[in-house]
Design a protein around this ligand. Structure first.
Ligand code: ADP
Length: 476
């Protein structure tokens, strides 16, 4: 019998996406499809186009009692390309303009909203039988505690940390309104420097804890990257595994990508896309290297470094295109730079189609991240024949090999790597990129090599399958 898996996440592509979690929640269940019967569950945010995906009420209600209040959760569902999705609808959780908050701040009631999401997952688990429960990030971590408290339930629980910087930390007064007894307000459970930490529930009560790259799994055990949870993770490190993310190679395929004016399968095929994008962004010079950045404007992504270095990069004979959204002060600083340099173009929004066009057109992708649990952009860049320039950290260490060590017969992707997060190091890597760009034949050789490499979920899905099958430690 194929085992049933309930895979829960707060965002899933194509329904709602702010970053890599949505990509993973889209692609990993698909990669597991031949081995498991996977159902994905997420909130039915009001921004989701129900008609587009034929999302319909399943006529079922999950009646939830949380902190003395009753919530009637409506269950919705749809099937996309043979994959089954469940959606949780409740106004407090779903009726917002943004998923988690405005560009200024997170919503104040996020603790309540996502505790309710966790209760809904728990109710679903009780109603329909699943052997495996795969929870992702802090937004559904409390489910692990709810399952732990219920002796009638014993699914195998996998908890995946996509980014330790977001733990879901709230004032201790929240305990009452989310119906969690004070006896869980301990160091071994939810307590975190006098506050309540949702992520700790996932770590404490899951059978297996994973994070999204082997290097990040090691880094988060240190004070530098552990965000205050390094000691707690150390305590649970026997059940911690780093499994590198993959990308959906059907969705991110330049040969079949409907977003591109001219789909392609080798370095030469990029030119028509570059020409099209430059025109669209009013940038000039098809023969100049095009450096791009795509991502959230937040300090994690190295935006301070980027802002400091951009004027120096712009002084080189090149073009720069930036696509992202995020913190307002970064937007303002980048706006000033774009206004004062005619070879810098800034698009401040989330735009899936434009992002594909930029990956296709670009020569180099800048990823100066201060920390990076896995990073998907560099793998997407490889697939689209764009050379990543990355800070040597987290999943970037596991996925990008130094160009200087290039070997034709290797199956690794190559890029330019800098080891210290300083403007000088970033600029030096960019300069190397410019030199490489002049050596057209070698540059094309590397690009074509990278495009042939496999960044699919294949091996990583097998690694998750092995964890799903691992015997539960009943003493834990
Ligand atoms: P994160 O830390 O944001 O999760 P990842 O590298 O794991 O970063 O994944 C980022 C994903 O989001 C990639 O698919 C990237 O192309 C996409 N992305 C980020 N910002 C934007 C944007 N403004 N428009 C379109 N796609 C974006």
């Amino acid at each position: 019998m194929v085992k049933k898996v309930l895979f829960a996440a707060s965002e899933v592509y194509p329904f709602a996406k702010t970053g890599g979690l949505a990509d993973v929640a889209h692609a990993l269940p698909r990669a597991l499809k031949n081995l498991y019967d996977v159902t994905v569950v997420m909130p039915l945010y009001s921004i989701i186009d129900r008609n587009k995906y034929n999302i319909a009420s399943l006529g079922e209600t999950l009646n939830i009692s949380m902190g003395g209040k009753e919530y009637a959760i409506e269950l919705y569902g749809c099937t996309v390309e043979g994959y089954e999705y469940y959606f949780i609808y409740e106004p407090m959780l779903c009726d917002r303009k943004f998923l988690y908050g405005t560009p200024k701040a997170g919503y104040e009631d996020n603790g309540l909203r996502f505790a309710l999401f966790s209760y809904a997952i728990f109710a679903l688990l009780k109603k329909k039988h699943y052997e495996i429960l795969h929870l992702n990030d802090w937004q559904c971590a409390l489910t692990a505690l709810l399952v732990h408290k219920d002796p009638a339930l014993s699914p195998k629980i996998i908890y995946t940390i996509h980014n330790l910087a977001y733990q879901g930390i709230f004032d201790s007064s929240i305990l009452e309104s989310i119906g969690i007894d004070k006896r869980y307000f301990t160091m071994g459970s939810l307590e975190f420097y006098g506050k309540v930490n949702f992520m700790k529930a996932g770590i404490a009560y899951a059978d297996e804890v994973t994070t999204v790259s082997p290097t990040y799994a090691r880094e988060i055990l240190t004070g530098e990257f552990g965000c205050g949870l390094e000691g707690f993770l150390h305590f649970h490190h026997a059940k911690l595994t780093g499994i590198i993310n993959g990308i959906d190679t059907d969705h991110f395929s330049p040969a079949t990508d409907g977003a591109l004016i001219s789909p392609y399968s080798d370095a030469k095929g990029k030119k028509a896309n570059k020409s099209d994008l430059l025109k669209k962004l009013a940038l000039r010079g098809i023969n100049k290297p095009l450096f791009v950045f795509i991502g959230r404007f937040t300090s994690q992504k190295g935006i301070d470094l980027l802002i400091e270095t951009l004027p120096k990069i712009a002084a080189l004979d090149c073009n720069i295109a930036l696509l992202g959204e995020g913190e307002e002060h970064y937007h303002e600083a980048l706006d000033v730079l774009a206004a004062s340099h005619k070879n810098i173009h800034l698009t401040f929004r989330y735009d899936e189609v434009l992002s594909h066009q930029i990956y296709a057109a670009a020569d180099f992708l800048l990823m100066p991240s201060l920390f990076e649990p896995c990073g998907l952009n560099q793998m997407i860049a490889f697939s689209y024949g764009t050379l990543p320039i990355v800070h040597r950290v987290g999943g970037l260490v596991d996925t990008v090999k130094r160009l200087e060590s290039y070997q034709e017969d290797s199956c690794s992707g190559y890029g330019l790597i800098f080891s210290t997060p300083t403007s000088r190091s970033l600029l030096s890597a960019v300069n190397k990129g410019c030199e490489l760009y002049e050596d057209k034949k070698h540059f094309e050789r590397i690009i074509n090599h990278n495009m042939r490499c496999d960044f699919s979920w294949g091996e990583s899905a097998i690694a998750y399958g092995a964890l799903y099958e691992k015997e539960k430690d009943i003493d834990a």
